[in-house]
Design a binder for this molecule. Sequence first.
Ligand SMILES: Nc1ncnc2c1ncn2[C@@H]1O[C@H](COP(=O)(O)OP(=O)(O)OP(=O)(O)O)[C@@H](O)[C@H]1O
Ligand SMILES: [Mg+2]
Length: 256
Amino acid sequence: MTALAPAVSAIEVKDLECRYGATVVLHEISFTVRRGEIFFIIGGSGCGKSTLLRNLIGLHVPSAGTVNFFGESLADAGEQRQRELLRTFGVLYQGGALWSSLTLRENVALPLEEYTPLSPAERDELVALKLAQVGLTGYGDHYPAELSGGMRKRAGLARALALDPAIVFFDEPSAGLDPLTSRSLDELIRQIRDTLGTTCVVVSHELASIFAIADRVLMLDKSAKGVVAEGSPHNLCQPGADARARAFLTRGENHP
Ligand SMILES: Nc1ncnc2c1ncn2[C@@H]1O[C@H](COP(=O)(O)OP(=O)(O)OP(=O)(O)O)[C@@H](O)[C@H]1O
Ligand SMILES: [Mg+2]
């Protein structure tokens, strides 16, 4: 495991600006994600949730501002340290992003082959453990196409967990899932956090998931091009909370 500084927040974002060419999508974004927290990034379509996620994990370079992970800046780290820090993240992309020509076992083994010196036998053992963690024991020899959408998400999560990440990022984990399957994925995310202490950052606009598992949410807004509210979903529904956040979280029913 990569050594990480103790007792600092998992992620600290300061004055971040995200743009595509000359178009600023988000500006003055500042927030902190605590260790072991389930933190949601929410907001209407096109407000910049996926953009923010891509800027956090280094797929896009922010046009201004800083992002620190456990007190360290990914952007300022040397190449070797960047590689180490990237190993401390897992990402569950929409659709699970599994290789269709590989079995589940092979899919989960990929990051282990790339980043660890484990022997094949040790790898097999770890893959079996990861599949068990997401409730897919016995499915190692299946191909992604043989699984339901919910199972593919679980398999994607097993792969995201392969290197024991300190933080897992999820982009719209419930997209395309029926409510019950979505609910069981929510429970799995909570279980991973509770048992492994993994910090979870979830991009979503699923109200059921937000109220079921989010400790805190960061709400983005397209016209504000930034953050309009931050707090527990419950608090953001109370009178006195930002009207846009309240309207979003109550589907407009409590909106003045
Ligand atoms: N590659 C890109 N190039 C230019 N503009 C982009 C690009 N990707 C997204 N945008 C624009 O940036 C804004 C934010 O998009 P983004 O995909 O981050 O929103 P989102 O909140 O994730 O939306 P959704 O809920 O629909 O997934 C939108 O106006 C979008 O058109
Ligand atoms: Mg998106």
